[in-house]
Design a protein around this ligand. Sequence first.
Ligand SMILES: Nc1ncnc2c1ncn2[C@@H]1O[C@H](COP(=O)(O)OP(=O)(O)OP(=O)(O)O)[C@@H](O)[C@H]1O
Ligand SMILES: [Mg+2]
Length: 486
Amino acid sequence: MIRAVDEVGRIYGDVGLGQFHLSLSQPVERGDYLAVDDELHGKVLCQLDDLKRKSDLGLEAAGALKPTEEAPIHENLLGLVRIIGYRDARGVVKIPTIPFRPGAHVFRADEPLIAEVLGLKHRPNSGAYVGLLRNHAIHVELDINQLVQRHVSVLAKTGGGKSYLLGVLIEELLRHKVTCVVIDPHGEYGSLRFSSEPNGGHARFGVSAQGFAKQVREFSPDATLNPGAKPLTFSLRHLDPRELLVFMGLTNVKTFLPPLKQIIERVSISTPDFTVHDLVRAAEAGEGAVAETLHERLEYVEQTKLLGPQGTSLNELVKEGDATLINLRGVAPDVAELVVARIASTLFDNRKRGKIPPLFLVIEEAHNFAPQQGQVTSSRILKNIASEGRKFGLGLCVVTQRAARIDKNVLSQCNTQLILQVTNPLDLKAITQSIEGLTNGMTEMIQSLPVGVALITGGGYHTPLFCEVRPRSTRHGGESVQIVAA
Ligand SMILES: Nc1ncnc2c1ncn2[C@@H]1O[C@H](COP(=O)(O)OP(=O)(O)OP(=O)(O)O)[C@@H](O)[C@H]1O
Ligand SMILES: [Mg+2]
């Protein structure tokens, strides 16, 4: 039976259909779930959105008080409450169409009511367990099918806990054998292989420490700097001269593209299966500053071993049920953009042709790969995946500490948002503009969320909810570097 316990106050003043005012007799925190007994529909779930203490102590009277003097103050604790609704006989969440009566009792909602109306239930096959509903022992799961079909954004200021939460999500995908590819600019996710140190948090959340060594495959364009990773190489034959310039680190297209094209044309006539070494030899003969630069930069590309005759094969890169990490630590930004563009296009093309399983593509530091201002090499393909990927079972997950700096079209295509603490006003504005259903109270709460608490919107839930992120089963790789010993 659904039962509300603990009266916390009464409704007062004018009562609307979406919200009402509450005079509190018990302390309740902002965000807490409340219930009102409706004559027609039974218990209706509500949430405290705002709180203030109203008093009859005026400014002048307060100023006139002596330091030790206690004034006889008459005060009221008043709340603004948002009505979430009840589930009807068909299981649909509805809001009563007749306002509650002023004077009606308001209770603390019990957990069965909260879980039922919010739709929090255990889905062994399709639920990704991300944590507990804040201040409750109710599990919050995200529907994995929704994640892949509707795209996700993870937004928070730096140090807000984005990578930690994403680690939790990837652990869940690995447990459910869902394929994922992670663009990992800082080489943080290799630690998914290793089990975390069990602590008290694990027991409270019902999490066991476990590594996923067998399901993690890691590649890097710079395998020397990242020894845990296999070398990621690209096929020279499938690269156009402009892209080759990016690998060479040359931005002056006007100066360098025509002579590079000439070299490639010459070499391809004599050696159809040419290698970078053949290009280096051909560039050697040139005279003048431009030719010298081309020669020197081609030598550099040869040293990186990034471009081979074959390139890393798709079968090697993506395996059903595994997580592929593309570790870009130490890779120059323009090369990283090209790598992301290449990988994303290959995945999208092959997904369209059904050659690889449905997958979840995670882009960390996404503001660098699909910026709001200007175009980078990876912008176009990421916009395409954001708008069309879902049709082909390619779910996109963008992670950024600058919501205002990521392409608005990409952000607005994400139907599940995982938001941790955000304080920058521009980022907050970008978030409120791209998400429906955020109340003023929620926007204010986002600014003061403690580390490890996320606001989840979408994801199959019809109302935003606050979730205390569960501890990691695996080790977190993004620990802050200590400058001096603590
Ligand atoms: N749910 C959590 N439980 C416990 N500790 C956490 C949690 N989330 C984050 N932390 C801690 O907070 C710190 C920052 O987290 P994280 O690396 O995920 O931040 P971030 O948002 O990815 O930052 P950046 O923008 O710099 O990449 C880490 O040291 C991590 O251990
Ligand atoms: Mg991070």
